[in-house]
Ligand binder design. Sequence first.
Ligand code: NAD
Length: 480
Amino acid sequence: MERIQNYINGELVAPQSGMYIDNYDPSRGVVYSAIPDSDEADINAAVAAAKRAFPGWSNTPYTERSAIMQRLADLIRDNLNRLAAAESKDNGKPVSLARTVDIPRAESNIRFYATAIMHFESKAHIMENRVINYTHKKPLGVVGCISPWNLPLYLFTWKIAPALAAGNCVVAKPSEITPMTAYLLSELAIEAGLPAGVLNIVHGLGGRAGQAIISHKDVVAISFTGGTATGAHIAREAAPKFKKLSLELGGKNPNIIFADCDFDKMLSTTLRSSFANQGQICLCGSRIFIQDTLYDRFKDAFVEKVARMKVGDPSDPATKMGAVVSEDHMNKILSYIKLAQEEGGKVLTGGHRVHLEGELAGGYYIAPTIIEGLEYTCRTNQEEIFGPVVTLTPFKTEEEVLTMANSTPYGLASTVWTQDLTRAHRVAAHIESGIVWINCWLLRDLRTPFGGVKQSGVGREGGFEALEFFTEAQNVCIEL
Ligand code: NAD
């Protein structure tokens, strides 16, 4: 059985304790590899290596840092099929999705920041031709990057790329549930010629390896994507130590459908925004609000299409719906479906585990599920489920749907379907979310700010925002 290794000081090494954790293939429900159960000793070694590498890397011309990162992006492109197969096996997602979304996006993330750093500029402020101030944007030092399991390599590189481009050295931990592509990335980083210690990838549990990163005195900033409860814990730990923090957390996103929408486009996009990656994207629209005059037409068409969606083997290129990530997560999703029924909801389609045949019999599959008849204030409509489960709720007026949409503690993303331009702008302005998609979903321009409000996070990633996060602005004032 394959044993994943840590990547510390430019080398692939075993955890110092010699301890490993089981890594599951969710499509079959079996252990297929082992992950280092790293602890403080491994993190200390990684931070020490990063600290040693920092003077060299931060003083490497940005053109050279960019060239090394571009080589890494090329290697991701050249290994597309291998990385996509690994991501699918580790996460349960359809290989077609990993091949067209996850891995190409990981390549773009690295390429985007390898080139963005060449255009990252400072301001100068001149006072009456007598005094010049200029802003020096300095890399921070050793930074921690911690990512979740839903878009493993995609979100891991989204943090590492701006951190490295800006001249920082990184200690990164992928989710222990989906470590494989981060491990393969460490092999590619060696091949790309990244100097030793610049990037360190340490595997292990959040409460042990992750905790050692966030509490380490020499880790001066933490970029975290994951659950809101973990984000709150990290904030409690990091704030008194005055670490810089970027937190991308959970969501419970509204998908608002007005009666005047382009019905066909809305319907096909809503299928994706509900169930892509088995609903395990922080941006999925899990609360669907439909204007009352369109409700029955939408419900009939949506249920008919979802009932025909086939859950299947993630490694089959034809599969659109694969396995959810783990047994625990499957049970959590099923418990929410049960809760929804207890709260008075009616399951229109799905609502159960799916048992596939042969080797896949032990896999973690759930039928795409639509529920109606719930109050917008109930737990099913307020708490993040993060699976293939959506609720349908009718509304009459714009004011009413805004109240419903803004009723949760979250505020990550929202989707609005209408042909009325004025209404689209008005609704967008009143929605409490960091991202609003109008007549589209998950259309991403990497230059735009990305992040949530309320309990969906603090700070913005994307574009120059991430380079601002990974640098400290120092003002230098000169009197002439
Ligand atoms: P999680 O919070 O359980 O884990 C995320 C990461 O944090 C993992 O690497 C984990 O090992 C680590 N971790 C856990 N405890 C830690 C600790 N005490 N110290 C340091 N690190 C620790 O989240 P998850 O279940 O992996 O991911 C699902 C969540 O992520 C959902 O809530 C989803 O909405 C959210 N998410 C948000 C975004 C976004 O951009 N806002 C994107 C994807 C996922």
